[in-house]
Design a binder for this molecule. Structure first.
Ligand SMILES: Cc1ncc(C[n+]2csc(CCOP(=O)(O)OP(=O)(O)O)c2C)c(N)n1
Ligand SMILES: [Mg+2]
Length: 540
């Protein structure tokens, strides 16, 4: 039985969006999209508004990443859409199923110079899986359904629709879409068998699991495969926390030792990009397991690259019944390296220095964070340290900007995380430079009663750029910020609260106050500008 729906374009859109599991909209006001607001208002559909469109798209992306369902941002015609493009691009790099709906100048006088008249499609096409202008109200539910099916089909990603003024404001009727019906792509069983044989035959295998493992709801299958084949697991992106840190096969610190010694490297659900030395692991054979054929690397040739539903592939690996080599010594060797690195980290995280070094901030934070806390990184070196010192204990709790590396995700991701988890700790780790991109959206969080904690590593510089520039040229330009600026006072002025901390001993009590505050709260930690994150390649 199909159900017919009628109403104005906004109502038709919302009915289809709800059928696809969209549960809120993030937006910044604009007359071109009023019918979408009217539809939401009439049925009490949650609507959150922001102070810059980038935050709306990042909030939608956080919802998509954390909840594995579509996130929605509604942006007004022209500048609203163009302000959202970095967010769309991040979602594209992160394979996040985000739908951006744009307003659009009227079609009937296209070319006459209407306010905010521009064709968005050529701008968004390269950073979306699908971009379309919908010219009539009747056609909106079909277009929403098609766009969201594309967004949710692996390899996932953002989609874009815009609606000329007369299409969204006029009334129409259509069939209510049934909702997502996605058939998993089955990988080639021979390729899966080859992969299983390679891993089982390896003396020193390693698994690196990334975001698509979480997005594809394959975390349990990953664990089962790792346990069945006795393979140490490292993670990145949304894959972090896939195995709890205390699991005997969970590793984080021994990566260099592991990759240097491995004879088979299995990369699951993440591209062979700069984060993984472009897939070059010396003599080790590479097994690249991807969620769609489009994700096979073109710049390297892995030994085998099964492509398809990750849960299916990992479950098949878990059921491998052939002989396998004994990995006990290999796992033990990595455990020794891991434990030694952890001991070094523990010392750094406890160090009493003046000024405070970032490691200590994370040492104190670890004492306060619950296992299910959501941590969000937005910044340079300060966030690299977060990646090193924080240990996500559960999958779906760590949000970094991903391989696009866009600063400014902070408040948008925080909003999406708070909406997703009303009762959990939400903590943004932010560089003082990064703060400039989105801190104004604390106003949106405060006004809409969405408390979060923001910890700023305030070194007074664009650290990740200043140190490398000095190393390269012997001098630096465009890399300084005002030292010891009171970002906590900015947050207080915007309806939140906060404090500045300059002594390590004061960090713990400040963090406790922050998580108890019930309003957006910024802990402004004055950190050592001389401290540079040690990295081999410094370009970002
Ligand atoms: C939108 C955007 N602009 C510029 C950059 C380049 N960039 C990467 S890290 C960084 C410095 C960040 O400084 P801050 O947030 O203060 O963190 P710190 O490195 O000082 O800890 C810059 C400018 C970027 N990645 N994204
Ligand atoms: Mg800085």
């Amino acid at each position: 039985m199909t159900e017919r729906i009628e109403g104005h374009g906004g109502e038709l859109a919302l009915a289809a969006l709800r059928a696809y599991g969209v549960r809120e909209m993030f937006t910044l006001s604009g007359g071109h999209v009023f019918p979408l607001y009217d539809a939401a208002h009439k049925i009490g559909f949650p609507l959150y508004d922001v102070r810059h469109e980038q935050s709306a798209v990042f909030a939608a992306e956080a919802v998509a990443k954390l909840q594995r369902r579509p996130g929605l941002a509604v942006l007004t015609a022209g500048p609203g859409v163009t302000n959202g493009i970095s967010g769309l691009t991040s979602a594209y790099f992160n394979a996040s199923p985000v739908l951006v709906m744009g307003g659009r100048a009227p079609q009937f006088r296209w070319g006459s110079g209407s306010l905010q008249e521009m064709d968005h499609l050529p701008l968004v096409a390269p950073v979306t899986k699908h971009a379309e202008t919908v010219f009539s109200a009747d056609d909106i539910p079909r277009a929403v359904a098609a766009a969201l099916t594309t967004a949710l089909t692996p390899h996932r990603g953002p989609v874009f629709l815009d609606f000329p003024l007369e299409a969204i404001f006029s009334t129409g009727d259509a069939e209510l879409p049934a909702g997502p019906a996605l058939a998993p792509i089955a990988a080639d069983p021979d390729e899966v068998a080859t992969a299983a044989g390679l891993i089982a035959g390896a003396q020193r295998p390693v698994v690196i699991a990334g975001s698509d493992v979480y997005a594809g709801d394959a975390v349990a299958a990953l664990r089962a495969a790792a346990e069945a084949l006795d393979v140490p697991v490292f993670t990145n992106g949304m894959g972090r926390g896939a195995l709890p840190p205390e699991h005997p096969l969970a590793f984080a610190k021994a990566r260099r030792v592991a990759l240097r010694g491995a004879d088979v490297v299995v990369v699951v659900g993440t591209p062979l990009d700069f984060r993984l030395s472009f897939g070059d692991f010396g003599d080790a054979k590479v097994v690249h397991i991807v969620d769609a054929p489009s994700q096979r690397a073109s710049h390297v040739q892995p030994a085998v690259a099964p492509a398809g539903d990750l849960r299916g592939i990992l479950s098949a690996l878990a059921e491998y019944t052939g002989d396998r080599a004994d990995h006990t010594d290999w796992v033990a060797q990595l455990r020794t390296a891991e434990d030694a690195a952890k001991a070094r980290d523990a010392e750094e995280m406890a160090a009493e220095t003046d000024p405070i070094r970032p490691a200590r901030v994370y040492g104190e934070l670890r004492k306060v964070l619950a296992r299910d806390a959501i941590t969000i990184g937005d910044g340079g070196d300060f966030v690299s340290y977060a990646g090193r010192y924080l240990e996500p204990a559960q999958p779906g709790t760590w949000l970094d900007p991903g391989p696009y590396g866009c600063l400014g995700t902070g408040m948008g991701y925080a909003m999406g995380a708070r909406v997703t988890h009303p009762d959990r700790q939400i903590c943004v780790l932010m560089g003082d430079g990064a703060a400039g991109f989105s801190l104004m959206d604390v106003e949106s969080l405060a006004r809409q009663k969405l408390p979060v904690v923001i910890v700023v590593g305030n070194n007074g510089i664009w650290g990740l750029e200043k140190h490398p520039m000095r190393a390269m040229y012997g001098y630096d330009v465009a890399a300084d910020l005002q030292p010891e600026l009171r970002y906590d006072q900015v947050v207080t002025a915007l309806g939140g609260a906060g404090e500045t901390v300059a002594k390590a001993a004061d960090l713990g009590p400040a963090l406790h106050r922050a998580f108890d505050a019930g309003v957006p709260y910024l802990v402004n930690v004055i950190t050592d500008p001389a401290d540079a994150y040690p990295r081999s390649s410094n370009l970002a």
